[in-house]
Design a protein around this ligand. Structure first.
Ligand code: SF4
Length: 261
């Protein structure tokens, strides 16, 4: 559950299924994930993007081994101590894996709460409090999954109120007014364009290094980007703990195929 929630951050479920299977077949426990070189985790992350999450997940596995005897903690507060695990992921793992009575609050659920329950924009703490109140006393995993599905299939940015199963109990639908969802804290705004972005080029550098360590010049040539841009983005990947750059050579951190420096 923890692996899937980290993979699902800002990534569609359909893209996660295969990498999730591959990851758990290779690294089925926190202990296994903690022990391998960083490069192995990054290689298993192929197809998912936002490679920094691979590093966070391994750091979380190492913290679980060092501080929680190798067992994923059950409490949201303890889960939030793990690298890369924020409020949403902690509550999702606590609810879906352990049945904790907490609400999961993502952009889909944020829309439902603002529209159907409050009919006004909500701050993050208020929205989380409402989500927790609704989950309490329920089978929280089933409740939270239903909320996520309702938000994904009906209460979308352009809502499908005509066929929505909770339309008769929805305050915005029955009272009217300006859509409160777009001004609510938990509701995300559209992301900036991916094509040509630094994020895309960082992903292409990591993809190139999955083939193996290489001279920086070769990476520049493969990407058809300016040397300055590639050097700057390699430096940012070094800062993020994903890439090593010594002398002329670059590689994924710990990649055993070639020793560099
Ligand atoms: S009736 Fe419309 S606004 Fe209300 S919860 Fe359903 S889809 Fe969302």
């Amino acid at each position: 559950m923890l692996v899937s929630e980290v993979m699902l951050q800002q990534t569609q479920a359909g893209r996660v299924v295969e990498p999730w299977r591959r990851f758990l077949e290779t690294l089925p426990t926190p202990d296994a994930c903690a022990k391998v070189p960083r490069s192995t985790v990054i290689e298993l992350w192929a197809g998912l993007g936002y490679n920094r999450r691979a590093g966070y997940l391994q750091d979380a596995a190492r913290a679980i081994v060092d501080e929680f005897d190798g067992l994923v903690p059950r409490e949201p507060a303890a889960l939030r101590q793990l690298p890369g695990v924020g409020h949403y992921s902690a509550n999702a793992v606590a609810s879906f894996a352990f049945g904790a009575p907490v609400g999961v609050l993502d952009t889909n659920v944020g829309r439902i709460l603002a529209r159907a329950i409050a009919n006004r924009p909500l701050g993050r703490a208020e929205a989380q409090g409402l989500a927790d109140d609704l989950a309490r006393g329920t089978n929280s995993a089933a409740h939270n999954q239903a909320m996520l599905d309702l938000g994904a299939q009906f209460c979308t940015a352009t809502p499908r109120c005509e066929t929505c199963p909770v339309a008769r109990r929805c305050r915005w639908r029955t009272e009217g007014g300006v859509d409160p969802a777009s001004r609510s804290a938990a509701v995300s705004v559209r992301q900036s364009a991916f094509a040509g972005s630094d994020r895309q080029v960082r992903g292409r550098i990591v993809a190139a290094l999955r083939q193996g360590p290489a001279p920086l010049e070769a990476v520049v040539a493969r990407l058809s980007e300016t040397p300055e841009r590639v050097e700057r983005l390699v430096a940012s990947l070094v800062v993020d703990g994903l890439v090593e750059h010594r002398g002329d050579a670059v590689r994924l951190v710990g990649d055993p195929r070639v020793r560099i420096g």
